[in-house]
Design a protein. Structure first.
Length: 438
């Protein structure tokens, strides 16, 4: 796979007048012929200069690759898994957030509000399954009402249109299974089929000369003068590596621009870039969120998303609907240890959902859905939040680091892209191309 990818990479670096026919002819050249013609590192590793590399084919990496490609750049996406979107991007609530919760002026607030509009437009234009369901954020007892007021004020300050505080009785008329004393209606919230979204973005990127290279892992990098050299290995080699020897790259790419969009592994990977100062790499925290699905129910109890008051580390065990009408509850917050860097590149995190966690879900859900029947929750799936702050620390914003922050020319690190990263993906991509391509 890597050999085939290297051949494709050669096409990127060949003449810009290369035609499709040339590409096919050159792809038939043997790998060895080509390797003989390129410079090697001191470890005799093939090296190649390329224009842009995006590390990680999650929704953010894909959106960035597409945006760079639309701006005329030659882009290579290096993804350790066998296809796109197998990380956090397929382990979330698939909610298009309106932008209510995040501190005013933060990247999270700005990108969520802008990204939400971009996402709705994109989905409509490209026929991506999505629905503007609307959402109710609910106070289930009078003591929660001040917090609900704060949330409303945040939302208004962030520029979220259409928010409306409602009496519980009116909210309960809209959603007869709901129990609450007050609620905020957010009409701009919705849901999206994240896989269809990623598929569409991948297709567009590929149509603009982006190459997606799967089963290939960036294992580190080093600086040579003004250039960053990325060390790349087949993911298979990581699986076979026995830890008694140094992990050696099988290919070194020297891009003009690198976007580290490795999600849960972005911090661990940055630590393996020799020459990038450790002080710019924040500590990593991981918070698993488990989902339970609703069974034994003939009809969907809610038409809108229902969210309680946020808890520490997450938005609370909420009701999410998928586009097939299935109801899921979650995610909760469970702080977990990470895994080591090489394991994280292979996504060896613990995604198990233990059935006994349901015991904590029932009382949480019954606060706003008292008719939830015993035995109706079944373990679903889980996702892990790539966090930059730990339990009981203040939430930290998305971190986007370029040369202005870490001093390394051509490197952009994306750290802590937790929720609302899916909603924000198109806006993050737009920001990166505007700020760093000029
Ligand atoms: C429980 C949960 C619920 C959420 N709900 C929502 C929601 O409703 N709405 C919303 O807007 N957001 C939500 N989010 C956030 C959203 O899912 C993420 O922000 C988004 O998916 C992040 O995308 P990404 O591309 O940065 O990361 P990822 O999807 O994790 O992609 C990173 C990719 O990098 C690859 N990779 C890792 N290391 C390497 C390496 N060394 N070399 C090559 N490739 C590598 C991985 O295999 C992976 O494919 C939620 C998140 C969680 C955890």
């Amino acid at each position: 796979m890597l050999k085939k990818s290297i051949q494709i990479l050669k096409e990127f670096t060949s003449s810009s007048t290369t035609t499709r026919c040339d590409v096919h002819m050159k792809l038939n050249h043997s790998f060895n012929n080509w390797v003989r013609n390129i410079r090697t590192t001191s470890y005799s590793v093939p090296r190649e200069k390329v224009e842009c590399v995006v590390i990680g084919a999650g929704v953010v990496g894909i959106a960035v690759a597409r945006e760079l490609a639309l701006k005329g750049k030659d882009v290579i996406v290096i993804e350790s898994a066998s296809t796109f979107g197998t990380g956090t991007s397929s382990r979330n609530s698939e909610v298009i957030h309106a932008g209510i919760y995040y501190p005013y002026g933060s990247f999270k607030a700005l990108f969520c509000v802008k990204g939400r509009d971009m996402l709705y437009k994109y989905c409509s234009k490209h026929d991506i399954p999505h629905k503007q369901t609307g959402k109710l954020i609910v106070a289930t007892r009078p003591s929660e009402i001040p917090k609900l007021n704060d949330i409303l004020n945040h939302g208004i300050q962030n520029g979220v249109d259409g928010l409306k505080m409602m009496d519980g009785v009116d909210a309960m008329k809209m959603e007869p299974e709901l129990q609450c004393v007050k609620a905020i209606l957010s009409p701009l919230s919705g849901i999206v089929d994240s896989h269809s979204l990623m598929l569409s973005l991948v297709g567009e990127a590929e149509n603009h000369r982006t190459t997606f290279t799967y089963n290939s892992t960036v294992i580190g990098g080093h600086l040579e003068g003004n250039e960053i050299c990325l060390h790349i290995s087949e993911t298979k080699s990581l699986k076979e590596w026995n830890e008694t020897s140094n992990l050696q790259p099988e290919l070194v790419l020297i891009p003009k621009l690198v976007v580290n969009s490795a999600g849960l592994s972005a911090l661990a990977l940055a630590k393996r870039f020799t020459g990038l100062q450790n002080r710019v790499i924040p500590p990593a925290y991981y918070a698993r969120g488990c989902y339970f699905t609703l069974s034994n129910t003939k009809t969907t109890p809610f038409r809108r998303l229902i969210y309680p008051i946020p808890e520490v580390g997450g938005l609370g065990v909420h009701v999410t609907l998928d586009l097939n009408g299935q109801v899921k509850f979650g995610p909760d917050v469970q702080w977990i240890d990470g895994v080591d860097d090489i394991e994280s590149f292979q996504n060896k995190f613990d995604y198990s959902v233990h059935a006994n966690r349901a015991e904590k879900f029932y009382p949480e859900i019954r606060k706003y859905y008292p008719n939830l029947k015993d035995g109706s929750l079944e373990p679903g799936y889980s996702g892990i939040r790539p966090k930059l702050s730990g339990p009981y620390q203040s939430p930290v914003d998305f971190v986007i680091q370029g040369e202005d922050i870490h001093g390394v020319h051509g490197l952009i690190n994306l750290f802590g892209i937790e929720s609302p990263g899916l909603t924000s993906s198109l806006a993050i991509a737009d920001f990166i191309s505007t700020k760093y391509l000029g």
